[in-house]
Design a protein around this ligand. Structure first.
Ligand SMILES: [Zn+2]
Length: 407
């Protein structure tokens, strides 16, 4: 009873806080400045400007914000055309913050407008002289941590009790997807995880990479060490340099639940007809990135009435995969494009014959549609010979950190 009450209280406070922010976000406010040292924001010295901060109101366009700050329509049109390929004006979303730097004389004409696209990235419209539009990123501070725990009930509950992010749970279960069956995790199993926490201007924005992990299941230790083969691609290996992955990822998306499994006979949720469902449906929010489950070449990136926006990838002579109902195919993904395992190919949607946002993932072996989870899939590549020494060195240092005593 007590628990129910406190949950209710938290919800009530949350509603109060969110409504407070809603009403205050309608207002723009002007800052008073008391500063001796030059202060920089977004890489710009703001001292000589009148700083106005606000957030986009519902149904407000970025053009209207410019206009409010004495930028006329011909100039706004120029800004829009200068932004092409850098930022799409229509994507300015309600509640997103902006900062206008206005001339400090009585005209108060906007000199800069900075639109915050996300917590860490922004777009700068420099309106002085010639119009310039560019993107920037706020500095992300990373704090590395080791967390450890012993499982009492489920992995999720244990990590939740320790106050660890749910994102960490899903990452760790993805890393070990082919190694440990998390439904069989039992009381007494334990884990240690070395990972990054990310902050922007002191505000927590979520976890970064998991650098190393030890999972003890039925008294066996399973290790995962992150190693970057090149600047944009890293992977997890065990203590001997064997990859923890199969040649295929477990799932094409970070999903909420599997809404329909592969089966030879099922009732179609839209047509009501009994027909085989030769795919696995992963429910996820619209816009969630969909990634290729293995290296391969795109053979189709197109739209049909039933499939909606979809992509088909040929991995080799044996295996082909297909991803349906995308809200959008990622730009640049077209026939002939080579993609690597984990590359984003599109975004979750419900185009075509679909009742809600999900990815229908289809898997062919030797030209026949099969259930990927019933296949013996080939393992991924181990650490290459030329990377072996580097890997061993990094692995040893990660291991030492992972095993350090925790306070
Ligand atoms: Zn499906």
């Amino acid at each position: 009873m007590k628990k129910v009450f406190s949950i209710f209280l938290i919800i009530a406070v949350f509603i109060y806080v969110s409504s407070y922010f809603e009403s205050s976000s309608d207002l723009e406010f002007i800052e008073e400045k008391v500063a001796d040292e030059p202060s920089f924001e977004y890489g710009i010295c703001i001292d000589s400007f009148l700083v106005v901060r606000g957030s986009i109101k519902p149904n407000q366009t970025l053009g209207e914000v410019f206009y409010l700050h004495h930028i006329d329509h011909p100039i706004i049109n120029k800004i829009v055309s200068k932004s092409k390929g850098i930022f799409d004006f229509r994507r300015a979303a309600p509640d997103n913050k902006y900062t206008v730097l206005c001339s400090s004389d009585s005209s108060e004409i906007a000199q800069y407008l900075i639109y915050e696209e996300s917590i860490s990235s922004f777009v700068v419209f420099d309106l002085r002289d010639d119009i310039d539009v560019y993107r920037g990123n706020k500095k992300i501070d990373i704090i590395k941590r080791v967390s450890a725990g012993t499982i009492n009930s489920s992995l999720w509950l244990t990590m939740d009790e320790l106050g660890l992010s749910t994102r960490l749970v899903s990452e760790i279960s993805t890393i070990y997807a082919w190694t440990i069956d998390f439904f069989k995790v039992q009381k007494g199993d334990s884990f240690r995880i070395y990972y990054e926490d990310r902050y922007v201007e002191g505000e927590y924005i979520g976890i970064g990479k998991i650098l190393a992990a030890e999972f003890t299941h039925k008294n066996n230790n399973f290790y995962a060490f992150h190693f970057k083969k090149n600047t944009n691609y890293g992977d997890y290996y065990d203590e001997n340099g064997k990859t923890l992955r199969k040649a295929f990822l477990m799932a094409p998306v970070d999903y909420k639940r599997i809404s329909s499994r592969y089966s030879r006979k099922r009732k179609h949720p839209v047509t009501g007809q009994w027909k085989g469902h030769f795919g696995t449906d992963y429910a996820a929010s619209t816009g969630t990135p969909i990634w290729s489950t293995a290296n391969g070449t795109v053979t189709i990136a197109s739209y049909t009435k039933n499939n909606g926006n979809y992509v088909k990838i040929k991995h080799n002579n044996k295996y082909t995969t297909q991803y349906l109902h995308m809200s959008k195919i990622k730009s640049g993904i077209k026939k002939g494009k080579y993609v690597k395992q984990g590359d984003i190919i599109g975004f979750v949607g419900s185009t075509g014959l679909a009742t809600g946002p999900h990815v229908c993932y289809r898997f062919w072996k030797d030209g026949r549609q099969v259930d990927p989870y019933k296949q013996k899939l080939p393992p991924g590549d181990p650490i290459s010979k030329e990377n072996r020494n580097d890997f061993m060195f990094i692995k040893d240092s990660l291991f030492n950190i992972l095993m350090k005593d925790l306070d």
